[in-house]
Design a protein around this ligand. Structure first.
Ligand code: C2E
Ligand code: CA
Ligand code: CA
Ligand code: CA
Length: 280
C-alpha cells in the first residue's frame, strides 16, 4: 500500500514539473508574438576586435528580451521556441532591419566604419527569400553591403538543398558571410570548398580552455592554420582572459570577440566607447 502511495506521489510530482515546463514554453511562445507588436525586443552589440591593431572591425547583433511578467529571458531559451513556432521569421526581420539602420546611424555619427554581423536562423535561411530581405534592409537603411555580415551555422547550410545558390546570391550582393560555431557540428569539411565563405568563427567551447588544455590548443591552432590555408579569415569567440588572447595572437588568429574586450552592449554604449571624444 505504501509503495503504491509513493508511486502515486512521484507520478504527481513528475507531471507537475512537466506542466510547469510546458506552460513556461507556451507562455514564451505567446509572449513572442505579443512582444514583437509591443516593442519588447532590443538589440545589443558585441565588438569584434582585430588582434594585431586592437581596432574594432565589427559588432555582432544579439537580440534581447524582457518579458513584462517573466523578466529577462535569454535568447538561448526563446530563439529555439521562436524557431519552432515560426515567430523567428518576424523576429529575424526585426533584427536585420534594425541592425542595418543602427550601423548606418553609427557611421553617420562619425564612428569608424565596421560591419554588423547578424545571426541567421535555420527557418530564415530555408523558408524565406533571404536575399530579398537583405536587399530591402540595405536599401531602406542606406548601409553599404560590405558593412553587413551574416552568421550561418554548419547545420543551417547542410540542412538546405539550395544553400549554395542562396549563399552565391548573397555573396554577389557584396555581403560578408561567416560560419558560426565552427567545429561544433558533425558536418564534413567538404562544404568549405563549395560555399563562398569569408570567415570561420571558432566556438567558445574551444576557446575556453586553450591556455590549459593541450587538445583544445591543438584544435584551435589547426583551425587557424586551415582557415588561412583556405584564405579564410578567422575569429575566436568567447575570449575572456589575457592568456587566451596571447595564445591567439601567437597563432596569428585574425580577430577576437568576448568579455575580455566587451560584453554585448546597447547601441548608445558603442557610440560612447568608439565615437570621437568630445573636444575639451
Ligand atoms: P552565438 O551566436 O554563438 O552568440 C555568442 C553568445 O556568447 C552570446 O550569447 C554572447 O553574449 C555570448 N558571449 C560573448 N562573449 C562571451 C564570453 O567571453 N564568454 C561567454 N561565456 N559568453 C560570451 P547570447 O547573447 O545569450 O546568445 C545566445 C545564442 O542565441 C547565440 O549564440 C545565437 O545562437 C542566438 N541568438 C542571439 N541573438 C540572435 C538573433 O538575433 N537571431 C538568431 N537567429 N539567433 C540569435
Ligand atoms: Ca553568432
Ligand atoms: Ca557562436
Ligand atoms: Ca553558440
Amino acid at each position: 500500500y505504501r509503495v503504491k502511495e509513493e508511486g502515486k506521489n512521484n507520478y504527481q510530482f513528475f507531471t507537475k514539473d512537466m506542466n510547469e515546463e510546458v506552460s513556461r514554453r507556451s507562455k514564451i511562445a505567446i509572449g513572442l508574438r505579443k512582444g514583437l507588436d509591443r516593442g519588447e525586443f532590443t538589440i545589443h552589440y558585441q565588438p569584434q576586435i582585430d588582434i594585431k591593431s586592437g581596432e574594432i572591425i565589427g559588432v555582432e547583433a544579439l537580440v534581447r528580451w524582457v518579458h513584462p511578467h517573466m523578466g529577462p529571458i535569454s535568447p538561448g531559451e526563446f530563439i529555439p521556441i521562436a524557431e519552432e513556432t515560426g515567430t523567428i521569421i518576424q523576429l529575424g526581420e526585426f533584427v536585420m532591419r534594425n541592425a542595418c539602420l543602427q550601423n548606418k546611424a553609427w557611421q553617420d555619427a562619425g564612428l569608424p566604419k565596421f560591419r554588423v554581423a547578424i545571426n541567421i536562423s535555420s527557418r530564415q535561411f530555408s523558408q524565406t527569400n533571404l536575399s530579398d530581405l537583405v536587399h530591402s534592409a540595405l536599401t531602406d537603411s542606406g548601409l553599404e553591403p560590405k558593412y553587413l555580415e551574416l552568421e550561418l551555422t554548419e547545420s543551417i547550410i547542410q540542412g538546405s538543398t539550395s544553400a549554395v545558390a542562396t549563399m552565391m546570391e548573397l555573396k554577389a550582393m557584396g555581403i560578408h558571410l561567416s560560419i558560426d560555431d565552427f567545429g561544433t557540428g558533425y558536418s564534413s569539411l567538404s562544404y568549405l570548398k563549395l560555399f563562398p565563405i569569408n570567415t570561420l568563427k571558432i566556438d567558445q567551447y574551444f576557446t575556453r580552455n586553450i591556455h590549459v588544455d593541450v587538445k583544445d590548443a591543438a584544435l584551435v591552432d589547426t583551425i587557424i592554420r586551415m582557415a588561412h590555408n583556405l584564405e579564410l579569415n578567422v575569429i575566436a569567440e568567447g575570449v575572456e582572459t589575457n592568456e587566451q588572447l596571447d595564445f591567439l595572437k601567437e597563432r596569428q588568429c585574425d580577430q577576437a570577440q568576448g568579455y575580455y574586450f566587451n560584453r554585448p552592449l546597447p547601441a548608445e554604449d558603442i557610440l560612447r566607447l568608439y565615437g570621437d571624444p568630445a573636444p575639451a
